[in-house]
Every structure is written in structure tokens, then in C-alpha cells.
Design a protein around this ligand. Structure first.
Ligand code: DP6
Length: 325
């Protein structure tokens, strides 16, 4: 039996579009920060059962999530030349009711635990490639801190992996304004495909990502928070503009989203170094140096549609642990 933990990550330059659906390779690179407070623990046990099984937070799950686990475990079974089924137990350290469940932490933890359970020794780069097959953003959660995902161009997907960015002179904590939202309506996989197939802005978006990857890394290395804020917010809004321009338009924002954007910008105008980003849901993530976190988090609590503000320091990479918490 193997147990692993991994943190979610939030992209500063977003992944929104696939090159190859089968290998789950991204159409471009991306850049993220791993967050400690949004953590998954996953236990993998090999069994002689007929089927793979999955429980989330202690509750048995069936259907599509199990099919995803089976497709993923098949990759590791093929590497190991073994046939056992897996019994997967997974649990998040944060309230999934807020709709923050992350495929990034889930598949990064699953990659580490499944490889270990089948006795397959993989390098961090190989684990990142494996995790990507489960979910693109999971490739980044293999690593802690700032992480760069390479979009790659190889037809076998072997150059589409993440690696940590070393020597960045900046540290950010995050305040996640978790909206009182139902489960997200359009998952990122479907949202990306619809955007690629129908949005008139898709090609411009991919060009935008390629530019932002270079300038965001330069701003990080120079410790230029103002420049970084402009790039990160611009990239996030370009992703959402692109998705909104799909047909039918995909709108992830909820009632508290625009409010939180305005609060973050108001704080910045008042002199607090803070900037926002938003993934495929209504929650706004504010990044700020740790000394400003408390003030930023308190401010983001002030909307009736914000269920809670989750704060987080930077997270570490995926790794094995002794047992489930
Ligand atoms: C908006 O990694 O969930 O969070 O590869 O289809 O599983 P799949 O997509 P996923 O997409 C993440 C989209 C995003 C942006 C990002 O994290 O880069």
C-alpha cells in the first residue's frame, strides 16, 4: 500500500487548450505556484478485485471519475507489466463543498502513489509526464514553488513536462475567495475543447500565452511585482475573454467574482502589492507577499457570496507519506 500527498497549484500563466487529446498535451506552456493549503492525500492499494475502485473523502464513487482512474492506472500497469487492480482512497485537506477540488493535486498524488504501489521507479520529470496524462495541471503539482510547464512539440508527449523555477527572489502567499458556488458547470477539459473549436480568439490566446510566459519569467527573476501583476491579471482575463467568446459562451464568473477583482485592484491602488487570477470557476485567488496576507484575506471576506477565504503559503512537491492523515 502506498500513500502520497500533493498540493494544488494556481497558474499565473494559464493552460487553456490541448495539442493532443489522447496524450493530453497542452497547446502551450504554463507557469504556476504550488499552494500548501489545498492538499490531497491519496492511498493506492493493489487488489485482486475485478475493477478499480475509488473513494473520495470516505465516500465510494462510481462512473466517470473511476473510468479516469482506470485509464490512468492502465498506464502504470503497462509500465510495470502487471495486472492488479487498484483501490484508491483520496481525501482533500480543504472543503470540497466550495468547489475547489483540484484535478492537479489529485492526479499528482495519484501518480506518485500508483507508481510506488506497482514498484515503478520514475524520475520527477517522468512523474510529471505521467501526472499530465491524468490532468494537464497535475504535471505542475509534482513540484513545489514556482513551476514552469513546457508545452512541448514531440508527437509522443515526452517534452510536455513541468520543472521547478529556481532562484526567484519573490515569495507570495495566496488568499482564495471561495465563492458559494455549485459544482462548476463546464469542466476545464470540455471548456478548453469548446473554446478551441468555436472561439474566434483562440489563436490570439495561444500567442498571448507564449509572450506572457517569457515576460512573466523575466518579471519573476527581476522581482518586479508591478510588472508581474499586469501580466498575470492580463493573462487570466485573456483566458476568460477567450472562453466567453466560445459558442455558447463559457462564463465562469459568479456574483462575487467581479467584486473581488475590484477589491484587489483597489488594494493595489492603495499601495498593497497584490494581484488576482481566476481558474475555471468563480473563485478569485489573490497573490501577495506573506506580510500582506492577513489584510488581503480580511478584505476579501466582505461579500455575501464569498463562503470563506482560504489562505495558503507556498506548497512543496508531491511525495510519499507514511499513512493517510
Ligand atoms: C483554468 O488541468 O483541469 O485551471 O488537462 O483537461 O484535466 P485537463 O485540464 P486541467 O485544466 C486547468 C485549467 C485552468 C488553468 C491552469 O491551471 O493552467
Amino acid at each position: 500500500m502506498s500513500v502520497a500527498t500533493a498540493c494544488a497549484n494556481i497558474a499565473l500563466v494559464k493552460y487553456w487548450g490541448k495539442r493532443d487529446a489522447g496524450l493530453n498535451t497542452p497547446a502551450a506552456g504554463s507557469l504556476s505556484l504550488t499552494l500548501d493549503s489545498l492538499r490531497t492525500f491519496t492511498q493506492v492499494e493493489l487488489t485482486d478485485a475485478e475493477e478499480d475502485t475509488l473513494s473520495l473523502g470516505g465516500k465510494p464513487v462510481t462512473g466517470r471519475p473511476v473510468a479516469r482512474i482506470t485509464a490512468f492506472a492502465d498506464l502504470v500497469r503497462a509500465m510495470a507489466g502487471r495486472k492488479e487492480r487498484v483501490a484508491v482512497r483520496s481525501q482533500n485537506s480543504f472543503p470540497t463543498a466550495a468547489g475547489l477540488a483540484s484535478s492537479a493535486s489529485a492526479f499528482a498524488a495519484l501518480a506518485v502513489a500508483t507508481a510506488d504501489a506497482f514498484g515503478v521507479a520514475l524520475s520527477p520529470k517522468e512523474l510529471s509526464i505521467l501526472a499530465r496524462r491524468g490532468s494537464g495541471s497535475a504535471a505542475r503539482s509534482i513540484f513545489g514553488g514556482f513551476v514552469l510547464m513546457h508545452g512541448g512539440s514531440a508527437s509522443d508527449g515526452q517534452d510536455a513536462f513541468a520543472e521547478p523555477l529556481e532562484g526567484i527572489p519573490l515569495t507570495f502567499s495566496a488568499a482564495v475567495a471561495a465563492a458559494r458556488a455549485e459544482e462548476k458547470k463546464i469542466g476545464s477539459t470540455d471548456g478548453m475543447d469548446l473554446t478551441r473549436d468555436t472561439s474566434p480568439y483562440y489563436a490570439a490566446w495561444i500567442d498571448c500565452v507564449n509572450r506572457d510566459l517569457g515576460t512573466a519569467q523575466a518579471a519573476l527573476r527581476e522581482g518586479d511585482i508591478s510588472r508581474l501583476a499586469e501580466i498575470v491579471e492580463g493573462n487570466c482575463l485573456a483566458m476568460h475573454a477567450n472562453a466567453m467568446a466560445a459558442r455558447p459562451g463559457i462564463i465562469y464568473f459568479g456574483p462575487s467574482t467581479l467584486w473581488a477583482i475590484q477589491e484587489v485592484r483597489a488594494m493595489r491602488a492603495e499601495g498593497t502589492p497584490v494581484f488576482f487570477t481566476i481558474d475555471a470557476g468563480p473563485h478569485v485567488v489573490a497573490f501577495t507577499p506573506p506580510e500582506h496576507l492577513e489584510q488581503v484575506a480580511a478584505r476579501l471576506e466582505g461579500h455575501p457570496e464569498v463562503a470563506e477565504v482560504i489562505t495558503s503559503p507556498v506548497g512543496d512537491g508531491a511525495h510519499l507519506v507514511e499513512r493517510m492523515p
